[in-house]
Write a protein that binds this ligand. Structure first.
Ligand code: G3H
Length: 539
């Protein structure tokens, strides 16, 4: 293992030509009120999870720097969004849906031109492998296309009048105001855009702050944002959350808070808002999704799914399987197969063909994972796999921990990294209690093929989590399905369909069904005197 770690990080010459970096990117631009402005204040250094060998030493790559805006500057972005919304009378919130869609389509076309630049930065900034980086980019483009189609559908259905108990009505969805959108570092493009795009397309104006890593990769999209939307509709800021986002929330001018991160940060930020009842929140938060392996099971499938569920993108997914409960009757065979499959996962750099395990972007993450492993082994668990828990720089080789018990930190804490805790159980009730007592409630996976047991467990867990996966790992997709969570795991539901609703409110124009009113409405429609009261629909 030591020898392998010695050869993990490459020299600059070993990086494939296509993915080599130019000089460090010093980014000073931020987008406010339709202008790319230059920040003259302090910058944050952007480090890569990739280290390079140089003259016998390994050194972390510095990718460049990004603006550390202060609170006042962040507030100028908020003011631009407030002005563009203009209390709901701005050009954007009053624009016809078909036109708003054209702006988003224009953005999408420009975004697609930046695929290579964004994919390259995804690899360098967060260590995501090439295949998954490409998938993240393409999935995001697909999400935008699906969102446009869902909105056309929604608009078609809203273009007709309804008649209920003598009241004629037209119901459309109207925007909410100014949205603050913040995504996570593990999906800095995709997860952010699953709130940003619905927020925009429904007529809200937006302040967007990129995640803590995956910052520079937004830079290639700034011109596309600037050129595709009216001034002030989308504003992009950078800096420390404490300095910038706190000021935005405390101003009371944010109407929708879309945030993916920890529940602690979300609660702290929400509390700063002086008018909590006017703030709508869409939150994707912590999770500790369990995988439960029953005694009657297709073990090969369970191992396959549990392995990718626990370790794809090194376990840095909110949906990752973060604890495995395996029945005593099958645990030995399970661990044996799991270890063999784990040993076949290829470590390397994000661009290495077929790579599965890559370095981690968070400073201090390796030390944290070391602590979790030391705590568990100090209390009776063992690292089963060869080389498990060994590390070099930002790279941590996955540790399969067994037997894990309730007194260990990893039993409760969301490791968000390549540590796989396995808890043996005899009595299913102990596993049920874990789920019931957990502070989290995003998803879980059940592996088994006894219809009676699975049927009963589905009923038990349907009131505990947002999604129960049968013989499959936890995941967010397909994006048309609801993605949510209970307890500390989420607020609101996202999907292509739901997000359009999260960022809007149904508004009704109603009148008594009488001749004069019918005539009034017909005239408005005939003369096209309203964008709301219209029977136009988009093909
Ligand atoms: O980090 C959480 C993501 O929403 C997970 O999405 O299941 O598609 O990886 P995924």
């Amino acid at each position: 293992m030591d020898r392998f770690l010695d050869t993990l990080f490459p020299t600059a010459d070993e990086i494939p030509e296509a993915w080599r970096l130019g000089p460090p990117l010093e980014q000073r631009d931020y987008l406010v009120d339709g202008q790319l402005r230059q920040w003259q204040g302090p910058l944050a250094t952007v480090r890569s999870p990739v280290w390079l060998k140089q003259g016998g030493e390994e050194q972390q790559v510095i990718l460049g720097s990004a603006p550390l805006l202060d609170a006042d500057t962040a507030l100028t972005a908020l003011d631009a969004a407030v002005q563009a919304y203009d209390k709901g009378r701005g050009a954007w919130p009053t624009m016809r849906v078909a036109e708003r869609i054209q702006h988003v389509e224009a953005f999408l076309a420009r975004m697609r031109e930046q695929r290579t630049a964004v994919v390259k930065l995804l690899m360098w900034e967060i260590g995501k492998n090439l295949k998954d980086s490409e998938k993240e980019f393409d999935r995001t483009c697909d999400y935008i296309v699906d969102t446009i189609n869902a909105l056309k559908d929604l608009d078609r259905r809203s273009s007709r009048f309804e008649l209920e108990q003598g009241t004629l009505g037209q119901i459309r969805r109207a925007p909410l105001g100014v949205a603050l959108c913040m995504g996570p570092y593990n999906y800095p493009l995709n997860e952010t855009f699953t709130t940003l795009i619905p927020a925009l397309i429904m007529g809200n104006t937006v302040v967007f702050k990129p995640a803590k890593f995956g910052v520079l990769l937004i830079r290639p999209l700034l011109e596309a944002f600037r050129d595709s939307f009216p001034a002030g509709v989308i504003n992009v800021i950078y800096g420390r959350g404490r300095e910038t986002v706190s000021a935005l929330m405390a101003s009371g001018k944010v109407d929708v808070f879309a945030f993916i991160g920890t529940h602690k940060a979300a609660s702290d930020l929400k509390k700063l808002h002086p008018r909590p009842h006017r703030l709508r929140a869409a939150l994707g938060l912590d999770a500790k999704n369990p995988g439960i392996v029953l005694p009657q099971v297709d073990l090969d499938n369970a191992v396959e799914e549990a392995l990718t569920g626990a370790l794809s993108f090194n376990g840095q997914r909110c949906t990752a399987l973060k604890i495995l409960f395996v029945h005593e009757d099958v645990v030995e065979a399970f661990l044996d197969k799991f270890q063999r499959k784990l040993a076949a996962l290829k470590p390397g750099m994000p661009w290495t063909p077929g790579v599965a395990l890559t370095p981690l972007p968070e400073q201090g993450k390796v030390a944290y994972l070391d602590e979790l492993v030391a705590d568990a082994t100090g209390k009776g668990a063992r690292v089963l796999n060869e080389g498990g828990g060994q590390s070099r720089g930002s790279f941590f080789y996955p540790a399969l921990l067994y037997p894990v018990s309730a007194d260990m930190r990893v039993y409760h804490e969301e490791q968000f990294g390549p540590v796989v805790p396995v808890v043996p159980y005899r009595d299913l009730e102990t596993v049920i209690e874990y789920v019931l007592d957990s502070d989290y409630g995003q998803q879980l996976s059940l592996f088994g093929n006894d219809p009676q047991t699975i049927g009963t467990l589905v009923d038990t867990f349907a009131n505990q989590v947002g999604r129960i996966n049968l013989n499959a790992q936890c995941q967010r997709g397909p994006d048309t399905y609801p993605f949510n969570g209970r307890k500390n795991s989420a607020e609101g539901t996202l999907s292509v369909h739901d997000a359009l609703r999260v960022f809007s409110i149904r508004t009704l124009v109603a009148t008594r069904f009488q001749e004069a009113n019918k005539e009034l409405i017909s005239e408005i429609i005939r003369n096209r005197q309203s964008s709301f009261l219209t029977t136009d629909y988009i093909f």
